[in-house]
Design a binder for this molecule. Sequence first.
Ligand code: Z5A
Length: 219
Amino acid sequence: MNPELQVQPRLLTLEGGEGAGKSTVLAALRDALLADGQDVVCTREPGGTPLAERIRELLLGVGNEPMDAHAELLLMFAARAQHVVQVIRPALVRGAWVVCDRFTDSSYAYQGAARGLDMGLIAELERHAVGVTPGLTLLLDLDVTRARERTRGRDLLGEAMPDRIESERDAFFERVRAGFRERAAREPQRIRVLDAGQSLEQVAADALLALADYRRRLA
Ligand code: Z5A
């Protein structure tokens, strides 16, 4: 049997490369929905449950043996399967909005477009182990050099050290970016591309406009 993906109108996801401003945009979307009296669950991937957060540590930790690309893909989906069953589906069933920092599009971009794994395999995993797809995805699109400058600034401030995936070379992130943009071109109804090279305030304002437009279309 080949299960179908269910579009979940109240599942909103944020995608993009590092340093694109997803954290700020997530907070802006959450605040707008809360101000409108909505029930909102904010979460992230990989992670979002205690078990999935432990898988995240395995995925992003540095200093382990080199991770095989298929092992990486399967761990991403192991974390996602757990996250969907424990957090995302229950929230959607009770009528909440779920705003998720990264979701399956990241697997297509990072493990598919950048690592070169089979997109058909990713689609199979998505159908069997995830089963849901967002109603709206905001892709925060940013030039790789700009992204590097932003995260370097954060590293210099001692806020964070590059994790295993952040330590990849620029060519990898160019493929990630191209992978996201290609998905957006194929699914323009679901994936809205925002220019993340603007000020954080402007990116957040664009995201709020996209959400308002989406909610009008849903109503
Ligand atoms: N991954 C995968 O490979 N496959 C998958 O299926 C999934 C994930 C789900 C998860 O890390 C890693 O896992 C990620 C993809 C991979 N690896 N990479 N690279 P994450 O999601 O925790 O990491 P991230 O998305 O890379 O986090 P980030 O760098 O924190 O991105 P962000 O949330 O978009 O950025 P931010 O924290 O909002 O901003 C970063 C800094 O830039 C901060 O100092 C901001 O103040 C600054 N910033 C952001 N926007 C602006 C603007 N517009 N102007 C000026 N400064 C800005």
